[in-house]
Structures are given as structure tokens and as C-alpha cells.
Design a protein. Structure first.
Lengths: 354, 354, 354, 354, 354
């Protein structure tokens, strides 16, 4: 449940734009790092305070400020002050329960995404909010934790290969969004393998644990869908390129990410369909087994009940029961019983009950 | 049921615009309070009659008239007369079963919202209708009860901190709408906790009470959805800012509320999905338990029926039953019975029925 | 079934515009009444023939011709001739199985609505078709029966209070549409009460009759929906005021009816949701009861089967059965049986089967 | 299945526009008939070859060529040559598995419809493809079989009554489309009666045959829907009157057919809803009956099992069983048994199990 | 599962446009063949390297380069270099898990389709990605395997019959797309036959294998749908003819393919409906059989239980049991038992339980 709604009640009654951190604190300290580059050179630095980034801001080079940990209000406030960002944006950065969205403020574009990763321990997908502020020559990214998902991008900046160093801040923003969407495929692959193994299990030996895992995966899909669905709209907005901050040559790259997003959504839907199918398979398998058990048992009982009745008759103590006196009475009764049993079995076989 | 439809039959045959109160009376007396403010000063007052508010109306300051209790027709009529409001609007204010909507009458905008709160006693969500008339320099809010949800707004007016005192009536209207939408999150958190505890219950020890509560929560979701769904349209209309009564700088705030509304709707949908999942879990858990019971019992019966049959055979009173005379006949039969029982148990084990 | 499709096969092969009455005849004779009014005066009359209405038609006053019973072809034909109405419109008036629609013919607007009322006898909702032809200064309404639903409107014309006498034919048409939509609320209230009582029943003592009534109500909802759904489009078209026959000041009133229609549809959807929920509740209640019965019975059987087996053993007639000779054999066996029974009950209790 | 997909594999690898007949051959020989008319006169003729129709084509009169049987390729090819029709259109005429569509080629409009009729033998709905080519002054209709559905239209041409003789080829096309849509109502009436009788059956005495027929009707609905759904778009396109071939005065008639199509679709949806409802009713009825049987049987068994146990006790052969010696022992035991049986019945009654 | 998602994790962290082959390698070596034609002549050749195709590229004739096997990166890279194709396109060609799409790059149009064929061995539908680059006078097609689906097109080029040799590259592209869509009908026919035979099976003798195959076919439908659904959009884009690369006269042919795509989708939906229906039929058939078995068995048991009880009574060893002494006691008891059995059978018959 905590994954579907975050405690926001502490905000009740506060004025809009009031800065309150919503969500859990995932890092002890906020870490601020900066990379500044153009085609010719690049510079990388860890910052103590946001104010140290101001000299970079006014240079024509592309500046990428990466902030890990959004629970320290004064850091966010400083960013707001120095980069002239609307209080509502700051509020959204702090509220980590937001759904993906994009907003164009003219001077800058504000993007919220969800970064997903599979928790090793309890096999649950966890979401981390990534907020991006894209200005003319800077990108500020806000993350909740410090997992190393952006290292390949940094590597590409250092290497100076490819388009990255030759292009503007919009291409950097694209690279970040692309990395996020790419990471969804990793999640999908892991889930796909889970589903695959579950499917076999649900056919060969369905246990209650199988059902529990099917339900759990279904919930993961609901969660995944909730994260991915609005993403489509976000990237579609970026691709359309209404903003002057995103150049046309970058638009084509956003179109590529858009295709990937659609692919992710498609796969999520296919997985949902497959899980529903597995659920049905599981239920009919379990009920088939149950029925088979009950049928055989009932048939055993049914065969013996008439026989017991026959035995009961000759257990009666009537004075005058001529059969009891017969020499072959006992053998005859045993024979009759055998005939009854055999003919019942044959009858059941013929009607395909056995 | 009373929550889904209100008795409107007393209106049958009346001309449109006829003022009839529909809904239950929640307050003994109608309370009218007024706050009048601009950046420099503010004034707060309880009114006896609407007419006392007229001096404020013509001043350039922002005037907020809050009316609690809408069952007294002459109060509503007076508001209509003094503020020149269309009879159909007055009719809508009195009909508390209305769905959220917004209508632009040029001189003023008319908004209907639903305020929700969780009833402590029977754990049901209750809705109260909030009608807002937003004019150039006044806001009139009509409520059914007098619960203290707007106190934080009043506090902010008194404090003169933040944007509220510096801006116009449209920002005040925004603050009211925002407070209403924020209160939905509180409801959702409470429901989320209920769902959470129910989920565990439905896995560990499902009782019929569990099912009843799942159904009850499902109904709450239907109700919640009915209240929130049209809200999206309402706020989207306000945000678009077609009306000259809402300034562009306030539009961005309405966009923020819009995001929150979408988030509420998302959560409601997720909760619905989860409740459906829980319903399925419950049903398969209950049927699994039932099946397990029946299976074990049937197996016990099935093992003893052949044994009883054997006992029945040697209970027959035939004269010539050689086994009866044997020295070890009894012991032999007991042994045979044990062998039958044990081999049946082994067979059932092997076929995984036990 | 007759409610979902009317016999139209008698029309097969006829040219379009051919006048054939489809539906049942609900009145012996067609009744024609006329009301003619403006702000200053009004006149009311029963007519023998349509031709008597022509003098009113050319006056600037508003003329309302109400025709009850549409099975007499020559009446409809005369209306067509004198008021210059398209043959297809006349055909639609006679075909009482039409779905609600609106068509603008320039000179006049043609509206089809469904009037609903609850049949007392078999508790079924019955629909009557109401066709309205709205011209510049006249309204012609065609109804199938003569139930007194328009009396309040006539009363308002006679009283000369309110807007009705001061406005044109479009406002009269609005009043008729409004009366129809208002009557839906009465139906919904009745259904709501039925649903309410059924809900309790389906929890406390569900019988097969409960199920039958849930299914019946579900069908009523399908029927209701079919009548109301297209209505939305009809009224939305009227509200938009593309036609010069509907003045802008009346448009706002149609917007009000539109709101009511949405509310009706909302309620119908909520009722559908509730009925589905009740169906589920019913089914799980019934199956719970059944399971409880079966479980207890099976447990009783299961306890006695081993006991009977023990009794069977000592009923065997072996010569050498030492226990039979023991002084306390009988008592011992009874004691053993008691121990078996008690321990089984304890075991079942512990596993929560009892 | 053959109704849902037709063998098109023989077309694999052929160039587009290649003429191959797809579907079954329903007539031995292709029959070509022609009717040529204007307001003053009309002429009717059976043709041997398409070329005989050319003299009519160039006259200003309306020419209707009706071709029954589309399996003779050279007939279709000739039509294509003489009337200058696109090869893809000819291909579509031959491919009888097409879905309804309309295409405007400027000089002519090409329409594909489905004619439905109920097969007497196996109660299945069968579809026949009707292709219409509408030119300025000619209509060519292609049908698969020669059933007499267009006779009423021919009759109207001969009679010279109504609009038909006074108007152009577009009105004739309308008449054909109208006849097709009208014939759907006949199908719906037949299905409606089937559904009606089934409904009663599914309540009073549900057998497996009932279920089979419900499933069969459901499939008919899927088939019907597939034929009718695209029709809406077809007629909507014709009604909008973008083509110069359809006069505005005919547009209003197409609007009328459009209404009928909507009505057909509405009824199909209602039938689907009803069939789903009946399926549910059937299932719960069957399971109710089954449960009632099982319950009574189980109760009988449960009452006798303890009694048999008591009898078993006194059937034991212990030496020292004092009760056996008692004078009234037997009577007492019988009395005890009666008390047990009666109290169990009372208990079951009280718990409403019986 | 591998069919729903392909391993893309090896791309994680790579810059966009990085060429990595995703999917399985289906051919040992990449094969490149070229056909160059205009109305007058044609030339056909196998190529070693892409560079050999350059002479053809600059001629006004239509050049079709068909590349089978996309796992050799340098081939794809060369194509990119010589034909000036965007790196993202090359990336998409190599990523064989893409969904169908079309992109207009001005100079060329890039199309991705899915070719489907039924795998003989495991009866599964397999998809192969077909990428098409359509330039002004060339078409480059990239395929994963070398199955001979395009042979009929090549044959038509060699034959110089039909439109193909007279038209441009856009018509060639159309022919390829048409061949792909046509091949879907073959798949659908095979599936249709499977469904047909399954349907009979599910009515006459449903086994668990039947259910397994229904589920398998359902999954095939999900897969088919995923491949076909986006195709509609692709072809709709091509048909609209916004690009100058597709002439208007070819647009009409794409409209024809569009119709076929709709037909494929329609059939897939119908098949889904039918499979759902079969699933229901199967389940109710199985449960009916099960119920019939259980009912008969329970009735047998129920008849013998009271009889066994009677036998038990006279098996008791009371001293004073007068009936035991009677001359006809035994016969009488047997008669009473017969009466009980017969009357129970009659009762069960009357209540239609037997």
C-alpha cells in the first residue's frame, strides 16, 4: 500500500508552494555534483552548496547539476532562488508521490519521471522520483537515492565520443530520460522470467504459493502501469517540440524514446493478459485435481456401500433364515458380492467415470 | 442508498428556478460570516442578514462570504437578489445532490464541489456539497454543515503571509478548491490503511466479515469515484482560464490542483484494482480451505468404509464359515484390515491427495 | 422482450415515409387539445380536427397542440399537411420504437423522447414515446397515452406566474423536456428503494427470489440506460443553440436539464455497480451457507464412521476373540469409542473446521 | 467458423486487382436484369451480356443493373471495362468476405453491405455480400444469390407512386440500402422471440440444451455485430453528403437509415446484455438445483449414520453386555433411535438446512 | 515469453544510435540481392557488398535491395553510410523486438512490419521483423531469415505483367506490405481450422488437453493482436499520403491494404470472442459431467444407507426381540427393504434427481 499512496496529510492546511518533504528519506546527506562541458572541454566537481554552481550557470557551456536526496529543504529552496524556479515546482520536487508529468514554464521545462528498480529482498518493484529542470544551458536533476544509473551518461561526457558533447542541454535531458526508459526493459525482463517460470509451475504443480505469486505479479503490473502510462503523455509532449528549449534535431531522439515507451506499455499489457490467463489455468487445474480426487473417493465408497449392506443382511439374527443353513451359502454370498463389485466397476468404466 | 440519490420528488411539477431545499438539514441555523481583506488590512465579522454584506461588496477589497447551512430559503433568495445571481444557480445551491460542475455566467463563475469526510461511527464516507460563486472581488461559499475545514485559509488571511492577501478573489477561490482536494488525500490515506489491514486479513484468516468489508470498501470506491471523476473536468475548465475572472497567474495554481485531482483519481483506480484482487484472493482462499477440509474428511471416510465391509462379512451368521473357526482368524482379519488401511494411506500419499 | 424491440416487420418493403403505426394502441380515440397564450391572455380548447388549429397557427401567440394517441393515421397526416412537416418525421412519430433524437429541419425542430413510468402491476418500467415538433410560435406534442404528466405545465400557463407566459415556444418546449427528465428521478427513487431493501435481504436471508429480483432490476437498468443514454446527446444539441428557433436565454435552461440528465445517467451507473455488487454478495452468501451445511454434515458422518467400524469388529463371529470374554470388554470398547469421538472433535476444533 | 473467415489463401502471391472469386458459389448461372426509368416511362429487361446495357447508360434516365451471382469472372470484368471501374473495386466485389465499407471514386461511389437472412434449417444467420456501384445516372448491384429482397423496390418503380420515379440514382441507392437495413429488423424480431422463449426456459426448466442455445445465440450476436458495426460508418459517410453524387434532398433519407442502423445496434447490444443475464440465471439455477439435491441427500445420510452406529453397538458379541439381557432393552434402543432421528430433523429445520 | 520481450539489457548504458543486434541469429550469413527495373528492362544480381549497389542507386530505374539476416553490423552500417540513413533507423533495424511503425524522414520513409508464420513443430506463431526503407527510386528491405515470401513479387517483376514494372518504388513498397498482410490471412485460416475442431471437441468430449489448447490459442491471439494492432496505424499513415514519396495513385492501393488489415483485426477479435465462448462451454460441460457423476453416486449411497440401518437393527443381540422369532420375520424385513428402496427411487424420479 505505501507504494500506491504517500502520507501527504502533513501538508493539510498549508499554503500552496509550502515546502514539505513527502516520502521516505533514503540518503543520510544530500549530495550535489556538477558536470560542465562543451565540445572542447569538460569539468566535474562535487559541491557543498548550490551557490558554488552559479559561475557555471552564466557560461555558454552545458551545466548538469545532479542532486541526490531531496529531504533537505534548504537545498531545494536555494535551487529555487538561484535558478528562479516557481515555488509550485519546488513543492512538486519534494512531494515524491507525484505522477510523471511535464510542464513548460517558458524559461525552463519541468519533468517528473519514475525510476524503477527491483528490490532484491522482497522482489518488489520500487519507484524513485526523478525531477528534471531543463533550462537553456543547464539541466538540474533531483533524485531520492544515489544509485548509479547515470554513470554511463557521465562516462560518455568524459569520453567525448558520440553526439553528447556536441549538443545542448536538451540532448542531455534526452539522454537522462532515455536511460530511465531503458531501465524499464531490465525490469520487464526480470518480470518476464518470473512469469515464465510461474507459467510452467501453474501447469505442472500448482500450489497455493503459485497463486500468491500470480497475485503479487498482478499487483506489480498495476504498479508498473501506473508509472508508465502517464510517461507516454510526458514524452509525447517533449517530442512534439512546442518548446523553444528543445531543438528539432533532438525531437527525433525523443520520438525514439516514445517508441520505447509504447513498447514498454505493450509488454506490460501482454504480461497482464498472460497473468490473467495463468490465473484461469491455475484455477481450472486446481479444481480439476480436486474433482479427480473426490470422484475416485466417492466411487470407492459407492462400491462398498451395497456390499456392506449385503453383509449386513446376513448378519441379522432371525431364527428362520434358510440361506444361513446352506452349505455353500457363505461362498455364494461372497460370489454375489464379487459380481456386484465387478459389474459396478465395469459400469463406471463404461460411463467414463473412472 | 441515500448517498447515491436524494429525494427530489417534491420538486416534480414546479417551474424551473423554484427554490426547494433537497437533502437533509445538518445545522439548526444558517450561519453567515464575512472576511474582507486587501494587502493592507482585513476585517472579520459574523452577519445576521445578507444585507449587511452589501457595503463590502462595493469596495475594491476581496470579500469572502461563507454561508453554513442552505436550508433557509430566504437567505439564498437574498443572496440571489443582492448579488444578482441567476435563479437556476440558486436552485442548484439548494439541491445538494448535484454532481460537481462549473458554469461561467460572465459576471461570476459558479462552482459545485463535493467535500468528503469519513464518518467516525459507521466508517462511511459522507459528502457535503460546497457551492462557490466567484465574482470580480467577492467569493460566496455555501456549505451544508459547519465543519472547520476552512480554518487554515482564514488563518492565512489573518497572518498576511504568503500570496493570499496580495492577490484577488480568484486566488481565494483557488485556495478553497485546493483545501477540498487536499482533504481527499486524507480520506484516501484512511482507506489505504483499511485496505492494507484487510489485505493481510484476507490472506491469513479470511472470515465472512472480511468479505463484507471488501464489498463495503468497493462501494466506497464507487461513491468516491462518482465525486472525483467530474471534478477533473471542473478544474480543467478553471485552469484553461477562458474566463476573465481568473488571472493567468492563478491559472498555474489551478494546474497544480488539477495534478492533485489526477493523482486522487489514479489512487482510486489503484484501490479498485487492489480490492478486486483481494476479492479474488479471498474467494480462492476460502475455497482452498473448504476443499482441504472436504478432502481430508472424505479420505477418512473412504479408508474406513472397506474396513467396515470386512468386519461386516465376518459378522454374518452363516453356519459354514470356516474362517470363523480358525484359531488365528480374528488376528488375521485385524492384520488384513491394517494392511488395507496402510496401503490406502500410502496410495493417497503417492497421488498427493493427502 | 417486447420492450426491447417492436414489431416493425409490417413495414418491410414499404417506401420510406409510408405511414404505418408501430406499437400498441393505448387509447381508444385520439384526443387533441390546444392552448394558445401570450403574456396578456390565454385560451384553452379541445379540438375535433387538426384543421381547427390553423387560425391559432398564424397568430404571433404561442400555440401548444397536444395530441394523445398516435394510432390514427389521418390525424398525423393532417398535421403533416397543415404544418408542412416532412414525411419522414411523420413516419418517426408513428414508429413508437424509436430511440431519443433531435433533428433540425430549419423551419422546425423535431424531438423524440421517452417518457417512463413504473407499472404498478408487474413492477416493470414502461416507456411511452413523446414526439415534439417545435416551430417559431408553436409546439406540437404527440403522445401515446393520456397520462396527466403535463398538467403542472398547463397550470403554470393558466396562473401566468413565472417566465412561461412571458417567453416563446422554445421555453415551452424546454418545460416539456424538463418535466420528462424530472419524472426520471421519481423512477430512480422507486428503484433506489427497491435496491435498498434488496441489499439488506441479500445479506440477511438470501433466497432464490432475491436473485430473481436482482436480475430483474439489472434488466430494468439496461432498459433505463437505453432510454437515457441517447437523451444526453439530444439535450446537448438543443443546449448548444445552433438553431435560430432556440433563443440564447433558453439555452441556459437546457444546460440545466443537461445537468439533470447527466445526474440521471450517473445514478443509473451507480445502481448498476450496486446491483453487480449485490449479485456477488448474494452468490458468496449462498455458497457460504451451503459450505457451512456440507461441512458440518460431513464432519458428523466422519466422526461416526470409525466408531461404526469398531462396533463392526466386535460384531464379528470369530470363535476365538478374547476381548469378547473379558469382563470389562464392553465398557472398554465404549470408552475407546468415546475417546475417538472426543479427540476427533478436538482435532477438528483445533484446525478450525468446526 | 466458415462464417468468420473465408478461404483467401488462393489469392496469395497474386498481384493486387487480380480477379479471383472468394466464397461459395450460390447460383448456377449469373443473372443480369436491368430496369431503366424516369418520371415518364420505365423499361425492364433480362440481359445476356453486360454489353447490352450500354445504350441505357448514356441516356439521362436512371438505369439499375442487378447482377445475381458473382462467380463468373468475365461478367465482372466486362462491367469493369464498360463502366470504367477500378480493378480494386472489381476485386472487392469478388471477395465476398469483405466487411461493409464505402469508397468515393469521384465518378462513382462503391458500397459494400451485408444482407442477412435466417437459415431455416440450422437456425443460423447467413450473410450475403451486396456490392453497389452508384454513378451519376446508374446503379449496379452485385449479389451472391437471387433471393427476392428487392421485389418491393421494383414494384415501386413499376407503380410510379412515391418519390422513387421522380428522383435520381442516389435515391434508388438509398432505397436498396434501406431495404437491407429494414431486413435486419426481421432478423432481430426472430432472434428476439428465440431469446424470449429461452429466457422462460432458463428460469423454469434449465437443461443443457438451454445452455447450448444461449451460447449459439451469443455467437449469432457476435456475427450480427460484426456485420452491423461497420455499417454505421458507411451510412454516416453517405449521409454527410460530401460526394456530389448524393443530392442534399437524399441526404435526409440517409439520415433516416442512419437512425435505423443505430437502433439495430442498440438492440443487438441489449440482446447481448440479456443473453449474458440469462447465462448467469442459468448457471445459478443449475447450481441451486444441484445444491438442493446434494443437501437433502447428505442430510438423509447424516441422520442414518448415527442410528446405524447405535445398531452396530448392540450387534457386538461381548459376553457381558447387560443391556442385551434387559426385558425392554430392544424397545428402549428403538425409542432412543427415534429420539435421535427426530431431534436431528428438528435441529436441521431450526438451522434452515432442510 | 521470449516472444513477448527480447533481451535488450545488453544495450543498457549505450548511447542512442549504438548498433547492437537484438534477437536471435536466424541465418549463418547475410545475403544481399538486388533487382533493378523499369518498364523496358530489368536486372537481377546477388551482391557481396552493399557498395556494389551504388551504381544502381543513381540511375532513374527502381532498385530493390533485399537483405536477409541483420546480425552483421558492418552490412547495416554500410547501408547507413551509402544511403545516408539516420543512426536511429539503423538501431531500429537491428532491434528485432520493435513494434510496427512508420517514420517519414523526408528523403526516405522507414517502415517496420512483422511477418508471421506458423511454426510446424510446436504450432506456435513466430514473428520475423521486416524493415523497409523507401527512397525516391529505391526500396531496401531487411529481413531476419530467408524464407521465400517475396518470390511472387520477384516473379511479377520478371514477367513484366501488371502495374508493377510501370510504376515507381512506392508501388513496390506497397507490393511488399500487401504480401505481408496477405500472409496473415493464411495464419488466420490455420487458426480458424484449429478453433473449429476445438469447438466440436469442447462440446463432445472435453478433456484437460482441450482446455490447454484453448488457453494456447488465446495466447496466440494476444500475440497476433499485438502484431496487427499497430499495423493499422502504420498503413493508415501511408495511405493518407502526406509524404511526397508516395504518389496519389498508389495511395488507393494502400487504402486496399488498410481494408485488409481491418479485416484481419476483425477476425482476430471474433476469434477471441469465440475462444472465450468455448472456454465457458468447456467449463460448464466439465462441471455438468462432474455433477452428474456425483449426483448418481450420492443417490446410490443414500438408498443403501437406510437399508443397511434396518439390517443393523436385526443384527442386534438383544435377548427379547420378538420379530426375530417370527416365522416370516426375515421375509418381511426383506420386503420392507424393497419397499423402502423402490419408494426412494420413485421419490427421486419424481423430483427429477435421477
Amino acid at each position: 500500500m505505501p507504494r500506491f499512496i504517500k502520507k501527504t496529510s502533513k501538508k493539510m492546511g498549508l499554503p500552496p508552494g509550502a515546502l514539505v518533504h513527502i516520502g521516505e528519506k533514503r540518503l543520510e546527506e544530500t549530495r550535489i555534483s556538477i558536470i560542465d562541458y562543451d565540445q572542447a572541454q569538460f569539468q566535474e566537481k562535487e559541491l557543498e552548496k548550490i551557490i558554488e554552481s552559479l559561475p557555471f550557470k552564466d557560461k555558454p557551456t552545458v551545466t548538469w547539476i545532479n542532486i541526490e536526496g531531496v529531504h533537505e529543504l534548504q537545498v531545494i529552496e536555494e535551487v529555487g532562488k538561484h535558478f528562479n524556479i516557481h515555488p509550485l515546482v519546488l513543492e512538486d520536487i519534494l512531494n515524491t508521490g507525484h505522477r510523471p508529468k511535464v510542464e513548460d514554464f517558458g524559461d525552463y521545462i519541468f519533468i517528473i519521471l519514475k525510476m524503477l528498480h527491483c528490490d532484491e529482498k522482497d522482489d518488489e518493484i520500487e519507484a524513485e522520483q526523478l525531477s528534471i529542470v531543463l533550462g537553456t544551458n543547464f539541466v538540474i536533476s533531483f533524485r531520492e537515492s544515489g544509485r548509479d544509473v547515470f554513470d554511463p551518461i557521465r562516462e560518455r561526457i568524459r569520453d567525448a565520443k558520440g553526439r553528447l558533447r556536441k549538443t545542448g542541454a536538451d540532448y542531455l535531458a534526452y539522454c537522462i530520460v532515455d536511460a530511465v526508459v531503458d531501465s524499464y526493459f531490465v525490469i520487464l525482463e526480470e518480470l518476464g522470467e518470473d512469469i515464465d517460470s510461474l507459467e510452467e509451475e501453474s501447469v505442472t504443480e500448482p500450489t497455493q504459493e503459485t497463486l500468491r505469486r500470480i497475485h503479487a505479479l498482478k499487483r506489480e503490473m498495476v504498479f508498473l502501469r501506473k508509472s508508465v502510462w502517464p510517461l507516454r503523455e510526458v514524452i509525447s509532449t517533449l517530442e512534439r517540440g512546442d518548446s523553444s528549449l528543445i531543438h528539432e534535431s533532438t525531437g527525433i531522439y525523443f520520438r525514439d524514446v516514445y517508441d520505447h515507451t509504447i513498447q514498454v506499455m505493450d509488454t506490460v499489457e501482454s504480461f497482464r493478459d498472460m497473468l490473467s490467463g495463468m490465473h484461469d489455468t491455475y484455477l481450472s487445474n486446481v479444481s480439476n485435481r480436486m474433482n479427480a480426487v473426490m470422484k475416485v473417493l466417492t466411487i470407492i465408497a459407492t462400491i462398498f456401500i451395497p456390499l456392506t449392506f449385503v453383509a449386513g443382511i446376513y448378519g441379522m439374527n432371525f431364527k428362520f433364515m434358510p440361506e444361513l443353513e446352506w452349505r455353500w451359502g457363505y461362498s455364494l454370498v461372497l460370489a454375489v458380492m464379487a459380481v456386484i463389485a465387478v459389474s459396478m466397476v465395469i459400469y463406471f468404466r463404461k460411463r467414463k467415470w473412472l
